[in-house]
Design a binder for this molecule. Sequence first.
Ligand SMILES: Nc1nc2c(ncn2[C@@H]2O[C@H](COP(=O)(O)OP(=O)(O)OP(=O)(O)O)[C@@H](O)[C@H]2O)c(=O)[nH]1
Ligand SMILES: [Mg+2]
Length: 279
Amino acid sequence: MNINWYPGHMKKTRELIQRELTMVDLVYEMVDARIPRSSRNPDIDDLLAKKPRIILLNKADLADPQMNQAWIHQYRKEGHASVLVNTHKKQGFKEIFSLTDSIMREKRERDAQKGMKNTRTRVMVVGIPNVGKSTLINAIAGKKTAQTGDKPGVTKSKQWIKAEGFIELMDTPGVLWPKLDTEEVAKHLAFTGAITDRILDEETLAWELLKDGIEQKHPGMIERYGDPESMDAAQYMEEIGKSRGFLLRGGVADTEKVGRVVLDEFRGGLWGPITLERP
Ligand SMILES: Nc1nc2c(ncn2[C@@H]2O[C@H](COP(=O)(O)OP(=O)(O)OP(=O)(O)O)[C@@H](O)[C@H]2O)c(=O)[nH]1
Ligand SMILES: [Mg+2]
């Protein structure tokens, strides 16, 4: 599987982030808890210069709880403020606010000395496509201002949203980087839905996912689709098709449909909580 894809709008987003950075006090770098390595931009340090940053490990509900803790530990060891987040349940929000508050305290005190009262904290939210940036902003703001969706590339331009209290948030479009480091990074981004399915062959992608699942004897996969035993991924797809009744004329399994369904179920958390990468 070869993913060589860097659309022009992502280059523009990078430029937008760099340009707008001077306007913000703080950055929330949103990362996918299922792929905590592959979902981080390798040159994020250059991109964000020295702006204070909090890493939000989002979609914690879809990831392995033990791995969640291990990754938070890892980020903190590397010197990053980081919080485990489930945006749907607003889990981690209190911690986000208290960290934001403590990082901004010095600036607020300086502002207060200059006679500026209740100055707002301006936060830019960045991350790969589909990681949950707009959902987070809506949840913090308590209103559905930013458009969201379960596919990458929903947000097209920047947008400032005033939240309750002292925070103002800037939504940005999802961004990847020009060259994905390894085949594994590309696969993991595609499995979890950060790369648009328009440029991917879903059947091949699902085959890759099941191949990895078979190698790792993934319990959630086995529980859902049965034990592959000595089958390879292609045979397994056919079996899944037959047992689900996804058949073409002549009783042949519709592996294209199997591919779509397997990807949907994996992304929707139906394999159970799963983290594809270890610290
Ligand atoms: N399970 C789960 N799903 C989440 C969480 N946060 C967001 N989502 C879902 O992830 C999908 C993408 O959310 P968006 O907020 O549109 O993502 P985005 O980062 O703004 O995406 P782009 O604008 O395309 O870059 C939506 O279907 C959300 O409901 C979470 O904590 N857990
Ligand atoms: Mg968005």
